[in-house]
Write a protein that binds this ligand. Structure first.
Ligand code: IMP
Ligand code: MG
Length: 180
């Protein structure tokens, strides 16, 4: 599996230390919130990021799962964003932190944010592990960003290609000949 990766972009150690820093930024943003926040991770890409981030957050929190899918099968070109499950938590009046693995074309974050806002939360912010600054639209950004990366298709630490490679403990660029 690791031999399918052309280059390691972010080592396990770098990710771990940045996730810890992000948790600090997030904790100070929400420290005055008495009711705590609701993390809304977008499955499945945010799984590993979520698990590491939430254990570094010393805040009262609930979780509401969303399953969204923008990429289809073995394609790396974004399709329409399909939101497969409604949030499983009651979000009315809550401070919501949407969590995703990567901000790429922005279709996913835009679609899910819109759907969440309709549920009447007190606030909606977004946290992504990765951002592709050259690809994201100018009018959309995340509130908390782990790393900016280039335009290459990346896998690992939750990010997949055709649902594989999520369990790689680092973020790497998939060998070009494997990408359709
Ligand atoms: P967007 O809607 O184009 O911003 O893409 C967001 C979703 O597409 C993420 O939740 C990922 O699941 C997937 N995605 C986008 N870029 C990559 C990539 O480079 N590697 C793996 N998945 C990606
Ligand atoms: Mg994906």
């Amino acid at each position: 599996m690791e031999s399918d990766v052309a280059q390691i972009l972010l080592s396990t150690e770098r990710i771990q230390s940045r996730v810890r820093e992000m948790a600090g930024e997030i904790a100070s943003t929400y420290e005055s919130s008495r009711e705590g926040l609701t993390l809304v991770p977008i499955l499945a890409g945010s799984l590993i990021f979520l698990a590491d981030l939430m254990r570094e957050l010393p805040l009262k929190m609930k979780i509401g799962l969303v399953h969204a899918s923008t990429y289809r099968g073995a394609s790396t070109t974004p399709g329409e964003c399909e939101i497969l499950l409604p949030p499983s938590a009651d979000l009315a009046g809550r401070d919501v932190l949407l969590i995703d693995d990567i901000l790429d074309s922005g279709r996913t974050l835009r679609a899910v944010t819109e759907q969440l806002r309709a549920l009447g939360p007190a606030s909606v912010r977004t946290a992504v592990l990765l951002r592709k600054p050259n690809r994201k639209p100018a009018d959309l950004d995340a509130d908390f960003v782990g790393f900016d990366v280039g335009d290459d298709f990346v896998v690992g630490y939750g990010l997949d290609y055709n649902n594989y490679y999520r369990n790689l403990p680092f973020v790497g660029v998939l060998r070009h000949e494997l990408v359709q």
